[in-house]
Design a protein. Structure first.
Length: 705
């Protein structure tokens, strides 16, 4: 359907396609130091990138290598070596510590059956994982593939094969003489959204020489192991174990699941105890890891802890930060540390971390707990640490108007962090037609939280640079989901395309977002549907006062809890928003609790404490209903576009359907787009691009552009 007068489908699709050409970095490795025949020292930096391919309808992955000549402290010369090469069929790959070997986890279809192989790239002898006990290696939350320090063994995580079940009453089809078997499935809980095939992971060790695979014994039956690595001298394994008794709950985006750091001694098979998200120091003496409370908000301010391998002492290096410190540090919010994060002298730990709406590179001194930012003085938007090896950091930087680039730089000596200098290996083009700024807000006195007074929040505003004289901009408001997550000043495809189409976009980090201190997070549970809604509206009203915007042309777009907010906003401010787009929105907490993989989320965000044997009282269900968008649905006038994923376990599609039916009954314009084979994120290439096009056209149509 053609867009009325603004931009036609063809032009929007062209803009979208155009912006899809910017790839994103997903991995970087620093190879060993090589001395050239002229005496110069260099290393290879291997990088992997992903890019949406709209024609092939897939995210393609390619690699590119760079050569970096350096002395001890600085990069002397750098440049690409060789061309980009597409990576196909590889699920995971990892170089051995010396760089001499490479293990590759590959997927291929043999006689119609999908199989996974482990290859040792040096000898090309493929080890086929077809044991009766285990199958399906994976590369998600649990996943890891780690070489032993001796390079003789490879450790990985695999899923236990479930025994086949058969009906007591098998039926024989006499026509084609084939036996039809009805498979009964015994219900076994899985790890929820995007991890539905993950239920009973096990740790496996592959002996490189013999190709023998051993499934590790001695791991408690009530935990699921993952994120494992070899202990110093390869005597045992360290891993994170997530408890799955009495039942498993969704793990994706849920850093609050009960988990501990475990050690299994390979000789005795005995399991000790400890705590979670671990990285071993280069001198093999200490392990740093993150820790946060169980249940409560799904993402919180983390504690950075350290375990000394020899003294067996655990210490807190950086504690939870309740309110921003005087130097601006707001706490640690990274859910994962990069695979390597230690300085060469095993004294400092590096991480990328949201500090308000900007992702900075932070250096933590493990002996003093002092935190220094390497990037807070830079003009650019947000920084991601991809790797650090022998103090050579590989990072990526992007901003709302600049796609990700690739840089390297040496970590300065302690105390000289302000002298950080970067060398760009891969430049990107800033989009000259987009401008952006950060806006800070203090809620009005009547909206202050009495339990957590004086909190503030912020938003990122994107605007097309060129404005026709006398014209006013249409505005798309986007609150994030979670609700405990954050929108940082980085490259986002959809906002860049909207801006190029002529929209201004407002990304709101309402109170409850990550990156502003633990008090900010804790201020929201119990107040969802009011505090977050009012913060978003306050930000929108403040922005409209700037005068550049057309108040009659405001749309709201959000997914998940962001969809919850979008639906609340159109219910609580019925005249205000002229179009609404909601991806897998939470519309009714009291009906969601029985079918989501995160029932604890419904209880906690409604303002109650969760435990696994909770008895739901009518009063709790009433509160859940009262805090839900469905409560305000009778006031809605805004046309709503719903986009639902058939396989969503997080906010099951019934939530969107419930809202759809209510709007239909009220004769409010509503359209439901159904995406089979997609889960909560609707992130398959075709679903994402179709969702974008439909959202853009819906907004154009209902804002009468
Ligand atoms: C913890 C969690 O997944 N909450 C959902 C309700 C949610 O809002 N998810 C966000 C992060 C999303 O965009 O999927």
């Amino acid at each position: 359907k053609a867009a009325p007068c603004y931009l036609d489908n063809f032009r929007i699709a062209q803009l979208y396609r155009d912006q899809c050409r910017f790839p994103a970095l997903c991995r970087a490795d620093v190879g060993p130091v090589i001395t050239s025949r002229y005496g110069g020292q260099y290393c290879n930096v291997y990088t992997e990138w992903t890019q949406r391919d709209l024609e092939r309808n897939e995210n393609v992955k390619f690699c590119r290598q760079y050569i970096v000549f350096h002395d001890d402290k600085s990069v002397v010369y750098s440049g690409p070596s060789g061309n980009c090469t597409e990576i196909k069929g590889e699920l995971l790959s990892v170089d051995s510590p010396s760089g001499d070997m490479k293990a590759v986890l590959r997927e291929s279809t043999i006689k119609g059956e999908e199989k996974q192989f482990l290859e040792n790239r040096q000898s090309y002898s493929a080890a086929v994982q077809s044991d009766n006990l285990v199958c399906s290696l994976f590369s998600d939350q649990f996943g890891c593939m780690v070489w032993s320090h001796s390079e003789t063994h490879l450790l990985y995580v695999a899923e236990k094969k479930r025994p086949k079940t058969e009906s007591y009453f098998q039926v024989t089809n006499t026509d084609d003489h084939t036996k039809r078997t009805c498979f009964l499935m015994i219900h076994s809980t899985n790890w929820g959204e995007a991890l539905v095939n993950k239920s009973s992971p096990v740790l496996c060790v592959l002996d490189i020489e013999s190709s023998n695979i051993t499934v590790l014994e001695g791991i408690p039956a009530n935990i699921s192991p993952g994120q494992a690595f070899w202990s110093p001298s390869d005597t045992g394994l360290v891993f994170v174990g997530w408890w799955h008794e009495p039942f498993r709950l969704g793990l994706k985006y849920c850093a609050n699941r009960r988990s501990s750091l475990f050690y299994v001694d390979l000789a005795s098979g005995k399991c000790g105890n400890a705590v979670c998200s671990p990285r071993l120091s280069p001198d093999h003496c200490r392990i740093v890891y993150m820790e946060c409370g169980i249940f409560g908000p799904h993402q919180q301010c983390n504690r950075l802890c350290m375990y000394d391998w020899y003294t067996k002492q655990t210490s807190v290096v950086v504690d939870v930060v309740q309110r921003a410190r005087e130097d601006g540090f707001t706490g640690i919010y990274s859910s994962m540390l990069s695979s390597r994060c230690w300085s060469a002298d095993s004294q400092r730990v590096l991480m990328s971390c949201a500090q308000r709406c900007r992702k900075d590179l932070l250096v933590v001194d493990t002996s003093t707990g002092e935190v220094t930012s390497l990037t807070s003085q830079s003009e650019e938007g947000s920084w991601s640490l991809l790797n650090i090896h022998r103090d050579l950091m590989v990072v990526s930087c992007s901003s709302p108007n600049c796609p990700p680039d690739l840089r390297v730089g040496f970590l300065p000596e302690k105390g000289s962090e302000s002298k950080m200098s970067w060398v760009t290996l891969e430049e990107t083009q800033p989009q000259a037609d987009i401008s952006w700024q950060t806006l800070n807000f203090s809620p009005p006195p009547e909206e202050d939280n009495s339990q957590y007074p004086g909190l503030d929040f912020n938003a990122i505003l994107l605007k097309p640079k060129e404005m026709t004289a006398g014209s006013k901009l249409p505005l798309v408001v986007m609150p994030h989901g979670g609700p405990h997550s954050v929108l940082v000043s980085e490259w986002i495809l959809s906002t860049a395309v909207l801006c190029k189409m002529g929209f201004s976009v407002l990304l709101v980090n309402y109170r409850g977002s990550l990156g502003f201190g633990q008090d900010n997070i804790l201020s929201l549970p119990g107040n969802i549907g009011t505090q977050d809604v009012k913060d978003v509206q306050f930000a929108v009203d403040s922005v409209l006062k700037q005068g550049d915007f057309d108040e009659q042309k405001v749309a709201v777009v959000g997914g998940s809890h962001g969809g919850f907010l979008a639906c609340h906003l159109i219910g609580q401010y019925p005249e205000f928003y002229k179009a609404c787009v909601a991806r897998n929105p939470v519309t009714n907490l009291s009906s969601m609790i029985g079918c989501t993989d995160i029932p604890d989320w419904c209880v906690v965000e409604a303002g109650y404490e969760y435990n696994t044997d909770i008895h739901l009282e009518p009063a709790i269900l009433e509160q859940m209903l009262n805090k839900s968008p469905i409560k305000h649905v009778s006031k809605v006038k805004t046309p709503v576009l719903l986009m639902l994923g058939e396989d969503d376990k997080r906010v099951p599609s019934k939530q969107g359907i419930e809202y759809y039916r209510a709007l239909k009954a009220l004769q409010v314009p509503v359209r439901l787009l159904w995406y089979p084979g997609n889960n909560h994120s609707l992130s398959k290439v075709d679903a994402e691009s179709d969702g974008f096009m439909n959202a853009a056209l819906w907004i154009i149509q209902h804002l009468s552009l």
